[in-house]
Design a protein around this ligand. Structure first.
Ligand SMILES: Cc1cc2nc3c(=O)[nH]c(=O)nc-3n(C[C@H](O)[C@H](O)[C@H](O)COP(=O)(O)OP(=O)(O)OC[C@H]3O[C@@H](n4cnc5c(N)ncnc54)[C@H](O)[C@@H]3O)c2cc1C
Length: 521
């Protein structure tokens, strides 16, 4: 798993790609797995790191979406519940079920949410993660010891899935490579190559590390760039209509004393009609999210003050311990790729989360919308379209039973290394290579220094941020600790990748600057 090798594949196979995918988030990587596992020759390019944009900034729920049930979008809920089951079956080392408790403060909420969640169970059918039921006040407090007890009447419990989004994406990237795909990070699509009939025959791409340009010839080109979909569509035709809009979602991360235990809180309806989650994750508590209309799409979006205040205020409403800005260990922000549809105005919460495929006159296939949970189905649908458009020989999808790299049915037994699934033993062998490799990177977190070397050699990490934000999750769990760890990460990376002292200094400086977006003080 080596970027240089991927780039030589790109040069070697260049007259020969069946499918080229732009965008290395859940949608693009899912699409690459789908294409490669059906036996097509596929290359994927990502302008930054895999998962840099929305796909590492989700609430990390593999879910049917209770909210979409409230909106009456039964088909989306059904599809997502099915995909939730497939995700857990194919990647059990990273996707597990989690109890969610809806705390009930008004007498009518118990039966209301109780019935709604029974419908949710029914829709899941045999893919169900566990039956919902109404809890007494005492049972609710036992499961959520820090739930606000004033006025608490009872609770409703239901089950959904939880996962590590960036880790799953990295394992998906490895799966795609194992299936024969060429996957390149830090390679940006800058324009399209067209024939005399104005049909797309390839992509002009720029290596963001070296500045070298590459031509990628392909029978079908798929645009899977999330909120950037319209930018890429305009690279094809600058007069095309915009189909995308976006809202930003903020999460704050607190330590686990705010929500000890293994159950999450789900608030279906805040004062202003949003859904709010408090979720235990990686020994921390995630609180989110907001839904703020946004009309510019930076790769590093920043939280607004009123979004932080909203989350703190509502966390205080449902938890006994009221969090303040000082308690926030990290803040992370993601942009939802929403397809406009018929909705007018800026009410992004009301826009459907279904996915949409469009094909331009020049043959550019764009896939957008959807959710993390439905990534596999999105890949399946878009590859079916590409096969027709590029006249490729038809082959059936196999991804519903394709195990994701790292698959392990009981990786919990590897403790701190469980996230590596079946790679855990190889990681622990690597940690024995040098004494320093088994030292902790930071005294408050379980990450070992040797994991830096593993991430470079096996997971295509190229810089400090790749390691601290997506190969491990230190940046989003504890931003201050990630800054304190940056110099050591830079030193080990520089040695492994052959960079000098100046690279190390630049890296530490850039990462420290970036991490400021994740800190409140
Ligand atoms: C706050 C929030 C919470 C969410 N929570 C959940 C959840 O709990 N469960 C769930 O199922 N879904 C959730 N979602 C939705 C889910 O995260 C997204 O639907 C999904 O991650 C979108 O993936 P994507 O690949 O389409 O987009 P992205 O992850 O944004 O990937 C697009 C990629 O394209 C790349 N790119 C852009 N232009 C170019 C170019 N010119 N050349 C090369 N590459 C390019 C970008 O760098 C980017 O990495 C959430 C979303 C948000 C915002």
């Amino acid at each position: 798993m080596n970027r240089e090798r991927m780039i030589s594949n790109l040069k070697l196979n260049n007259e020969n790609w069946d499918i080229a995918v732009i965008g290395g988030g859940a949608t693009g990587v899912g699409t690459a797995i789908e294409a490669a596992s059906r036996g097509y020759k596929v290359v994927l390019i990502e302008q930054s790191d895999f998962g840099k944009a929305t796909s590492s900034r989700s609430t990390k729920l593999a879910h049917g979406g209770v909210r979409y049930l409230q909106q009456g979008n039964i088909s989306l809920v059904l599809e997502a519940l099915k995909e939730r089951g497939i995700m857990r079956r194919n990647a059990p080392h990273l996707v597990h079920d989690l109890p969610f408790i809806v705390p009930v403060y008004d007498w009518w909420e118990g039966p209301f949410y109780g019935v709604g969640l029974k419908i949710y169970d029914m829709l899941a059918g045999k893919e169900g993660f566990g039956g919902s039921r109404i809890l007494s006040k005492e049972e609710t407090i036992k499961l959520i010891p820090t739930v606000e007890t004033e006025g608490l009447k009872r609770g409703v419990i239901y089950y959904d899935g939880q996962f590590d989004d960036a880790r799953l994406l990295i394992n998906m990237m490895q799966t795609a490579v194992e299936q024969g795909a060429t996957m390149i990070n830090y390679m940006r699509a800058v324009s399209f190559i067209k024939n005399n009939d104005d049909e797309i025959t390839g992509i002009a791409a720029r290596d963001m590390e070296t500045g070298n340009d590459h031509i990628i010839n392909a029978k079908a080109v798929i645009n899977a760039t999330g909120v950037f979909t319209d930018f890429v569509r305009k690279m094809d035709n600058m007069f095309t209509d915009e189909i995308m809009t976006s809202s930003q979602g903020v999460h704050i991360v607190l330590d686990n004393s705010f929500l000890p235990g293994d159950s999450a809180i789900m608030v279906p309806h805040t004062d202003d009609g949003r859904v709010l989650f408090a979720v235990p994750w990686h020994n921390s508590t995630l609180i989110g999210t907001t839904d703020t209309f946004i009309d510019h799409y930076p790769l590093e979006p920043v939280a607004f003050d009123d979004e932080i205040e909203f989350l703190l205020k509502h966390a205080a409403k449902y938890l006994t311990k009221d969090p303040t800005r000082k308690d926030v260990k990290s803040v992370f922000v993601g942009l939802r790729p929403l397809v406009k549809g018929n909705t007018n105005g800026n009410d992004t919460a009301a826009i459907s989360r279904d996915h949409t495929i469009t094909i331009s006159r020049s043959g550019l296939i764009s896939i957008a919308g959807g959710k993390w949970t439905t990534y596999r189905k999105m890949g399946e649908d878009v590859i079916d379209q590409a096969i027709m458009l590029a006249n490729l020989p038809h082959r059936d999808s196999v991804t519903s039973t394709l195990q994701i790299h790292g698959y392990h049915s009981n990786s919990q037994k590897y403790n701190e290394l469980s996230k590596y699934g079946s790679d855990a033993l190889k990681v622990s062998e690597l940690l024995k290579e040098k004494a320093i490799y088994s030292d902790l990177l930071h005294p408050n977190h379980g990450i070992k220094i040797g994991e830096i070397v593993w991430a470079i050699r096996n997971e295509m990490a190229r810089n400090i941020e790749d390691f601290l934000s997506r190969r491990t999750r230190l940046l989003i769990v504890d931003a201050k600790a990630s800054v304190e760890s940056a110099p050591v990460v830079a030193k080990i990376m520089a040695k492994e990748l052959g960079h000098g002292r100046r690279w190390q200094n630049n890296q530490v400086q850039q990462f420290t600057q970036l991490a400021k977006n994740y800190m409140l003080f």
